[in-house]
Ligand binder design. Structure first.
Ligand SMILES: [Zn+2]
Ligand SMILES: [Zn+2]
Length: 345
């Protein structure tokens, strides 16, 4: 279906186990009737990728190509693909649920025990099933499509919180997820948005995205700031988006009586909630986890055409420097590190 033959090989970053990420030339699989060949323009490095590489969480077994925050351009389509055409800018939801298990039939595809993930992101190109390909709104750059996946997680978290227009929201951690939760919470009508993060750059970006108050938790307790701003009451909705023990400890102290806490970060396995049972009872807290998403991906793609998320993309690395990109993400440098062709190419 293409004018020029598509390349038959791809450079990919393959994860072989703890700390072992290798660049390899691999054949591009055959397209097939429902396949789409996508040239990757950008793939975000996420905390999940770092956890997988370090062996601190185990979603999949190696070897495999990592990278699930993917924006790209369609290069070729299989004979029965109708919803995209060559040249379209797209985002990929790289997860493929089985569709038939209990959780899939309950509309919770991320609980699917047979969920697989397509080999995609840290690669020059990939053949993926049409079902994972979402066309971007007009005018949205293909690389920005890499933000659709984390944005869908933020949408899910805000919907888990069931926040109301006029609510006061506190967000602990201004990495990509915290900042995307901020953008979505503002869109959902929260009027007071308090964001805590020790990194000055992240606080500045939070202000650009609409935070009404930012807190350096090293200098000031977010618990004190939220208390001051709410007459001692606490926040209506709290999002724990850093995943370390200190922020989890703060997060349980922040909701008002009857308030809600959503835990949206990917915490280390040793991080635990320490909450007196009496507190849960007397404060009538709602505490919810927010694990990836259900059906939010399509709406996240729509929102890429509305929200200005460019400030989140703080650094870009070519695929050949994928290890340096991982190190930059691990060092909390900036917000979202993207891997892909050099900017402008
Ligand atoms: Zn991610
Ligand atoms: Zn399933």
């Amino acid at each position: 279906m293409t004018a020029t033959p598509a390349p038959s090989r791809t450079l990919s970053a393959v994860w072989y186990g703890v700390g072992d990420l290798r660049l390899e030339e691999r054949p591009v699989p055959a397209l097939g009737p429902t396949g789409v060949l996508v040239e990757v323009r950008a793939c975000g490095v996420c905390a999940t990728d770092l956890h997988l590489l370090d062996g601190t969480i185990r979603f999949y077994d190696p070897p495999r190509v990592l990278g699930h925050e993917v924006g790209g351009v369609v290069r070729a389509i299989g004979a029965s693909v109708r919803h995209v055409r060559p040249g379209d800018a797209v985002a990929l939801d790289t997860s493929v649920p089985c569709g038939t298990c209990f959780h899939c039939r309950e509309g919770a595809p991320f609980f699917c025990p047979d969920r697989t993930s397509v080999f995609a992101g840290f690669s020059e190109r990939a053949v993926v099933p049409a079902s994972v390909v979402f066309p971007l709104p007009p005018g949205v750059d293909a690389a920005t499509g890499a933000l659709a996946e984390p944005l869908s997680c933020a949408l899910h978290a805000v919907e888990r919180a069931a926040l109301h227009p006029g609510d006061t929201v506190a967000i602990l951690g201004a990495g990509a997820i915290g900042l995307l939760v901020l953008a979505v919470a503002r869109l959902a009508g929260a009027t007071r948005l308090i964001v805590s993060d020790p990194e000055p750059l992240r606080r500045t970006i939070a202000e650009r995205l609409g935070a009404t108050h930012t807190v350096d938790p090293v200098a000031q307790s977010p618990v004190d700031v939220v208390a001051q701003l709410t007459g001692g009451r606490g926040a209506d909705c709290v999002f724990e988006a850093a995943g370390v023990q200190a922020t989890v400890d703060e997060a349980v102290r922040l909701p008002r009586r009857g308030g809600t806490l959503v835990q949206v970060s990917v915490p280390g396995t040793g991080v635990t909630f320490a909450l007196p049972a009496y507190d849960l009872f007397a404060r009538e807290l709602t505490i919810k986890g927010s694990f990836v998403r259900t059906t939010e991906f399509r709406r996240a793609v729509e929102l890429l055409g509305v929200l200005d998320l460019v400030p989140l993309i703080t650094e870009r690395f070519p695929l050949g420097d994928v290890r340096a990109a991982f190190e930059a993400a691990r060092g909390r440098r900036g917000v979202r590190v993207l891997v892909g062709p050099a900017a402008g190419s």
